[in-house]
Design a protein around this ligand. Structure first.
Ligand SMILES: Cc1ncc(COP(=O)(O)O)c(C=O)c1O
Length: 388
């Protein structure tokens, strides 16, 4: 039960990274690459710093950046957003989500999302004194039931929050699932917030269905994304929201009193990123497919049960063949004894559900260079040989 902010405790990502550093473990826990994004983007930010782009940016973001974001949605979704009225730059998707919760919801409002879910969603709901309501994804297929989703709707329900590609499961919701959510949102007059930060990490030629592209949805969808994952620059924290004017105006009002604006030279650097052509995105996806395959195949050979990741840079593995420990204890033991840090998946559920499920699943991040992935796999091999 959360009664004050500190009840959220320290984020599991910080805890597991600290445990990995303490034990000298391979960090397959927190979702940040152990390599940097392209040099030309870094050079552009350095040029901006040396060229006096060091004062406050406009609160809504540099105009060139908003124009480039507009262009990207035009290319990838045939979607048109007005860069002055409907596109806003934030300090990462985290701030974008937080401002959205604060701007659009109030006490007793309910926001439905699919569990497991990213850990900042409950914090956003708490900030607005609203309630986050879970619809569970099936742990074998990571799909959801329409009837359960509909059963959670009541007069307090204001929105459905959809994260696709989905952290931590690696699921990419397919067209029929997205259409189902769209149909329900229209029938019950709900907003849809989409968290698309892994939009460029989709494997095996799967379709990415943007909610805002579905008939009747653009006017009720708040599309949130970030440049963190796509350009391997998670520390820059440049994210954005595309939303209809009536929502944008409210969300911008919160943003101007939280950070006012995001870092000016880093926004200038990201302009360079968004000028890159299709080859960048193809190479990026190709390299990540290889990383996913390496980790997936190796873990499967070692007896872990996994539903293949369709997107993101995560996969969830069932470890019940090597340990009976609850997932948090297992993750710490794995880090300290076998030198591989992972994230226990119970942190992506509310407490009650996690306790009921007695989960034996952990999340692996494969946003690491091949040498690091191989070293992690080698350590896991030792564990599995020992457990036999
Ligand atoms: C699903 C999801 N949404 C949002 C974020 C936050 O993105 P940013 O780093 O741009 O704040 C993350 C980062 O891990 C994420 O996994």
């Amino acid at each position: 039960m959360i009664e004050k902010w500190s009840d959220f405790g320290t984020s599991i990502f910080s805890l597991m990274t600290a445990a990995a550093n303490r034990s000298g473990a391979i960090n397959l826990a927190q979702g940040f690459p152990n390599f940097d994004g392209p040099q030309i983007i870094k050079d552009a930010a350095i040029r901006a710093i040396n060229g006096s782009w060091n004062q406050y940016a406009p609160s809504i973001g540099l105009e060139e950046l908003r124009q480039l974001i507009q262009k990207r949605y035009q290319i990838t979704g045939n979607l048109h957003f007005d860069h002055n009225k409907e596109i806003t730059v934030f300090s990462g998707a985290t701030e974008a989500l937080f401002c959205t919760f604060l701007a659009l919801f109030k006490e007793h409002d309910e926001i439905i999302t699919f569990s497991p879910y990213f850990d900042c969603y409950p914090a956003g709901a708490y900030a607005a004194r609203a309630k986050l309501i879970d619809v569970p994804l099936d742990p074998k297929t990571w799909t959801f039931s329409e009837s359960i989703l509909v059963s959670k709707i009541n007069p307090q329900t204001k929105a459905i929050l959809v994260n696709t590609p989905h952290n931590p499961t690696g699921r990419v919701f397919d067209r029929s699932e997205m259409e189902m959510i769209a149909k329900i949102a229209q029938k019950y007059d709900l907003l849809v917030i989409t968290d698309e930060v892994y939009e460029e990490l989709i494997y095996d030629g799967l379709d990415f269905v943007r909610m805002a592209t579905l008939p009747g949805m653009k006017d009720r969808t708040i599309t949130i994304s970030s440049t963190a994952k796509t350009f391997s620059l998670t520390g820059w924290k440049i994210g954005y929201i595309c939303a209809p004017v009536r929502f944008t105006n409210e969300i911008r009002a919160v943003h101007q009193f939280t950070v006012f604006c995001s870092s000016t030279p880093l926004q200038a650097g990201i302009c360079e990123a968004l000028k890159m052509g299709t080859e960048y995105y193809e190479t990026f996806r190709h390299e990540y497919t290889q990383r996913r395959d390496l980790l997936h195949n190796s873990l499967t050979d070692l007896g872990f049960k996994i539903k293949k990741s369709e997107g993101t840079y995560f996969l969830v593995a069932d470890y019940s063949h090597v340990s009976d420990l609850p997932d948090l204890e297992f993750a710490l033991w794995l880090t300290e004894t076998w030198k591989v840090a992972v994230i226990p998946t119970s942190v992506f559920y509310n407490d009650q559900i996690a306790a009921q499920k007695n989960l034996k699943q952990v999340r692996f991040a494969f946003c690491k260079d091949f040498k690091t992935l191989e070293a992690g796999i080698e350590n896991l091999r030792k564990l599995c040989t020992h457990a036999k």
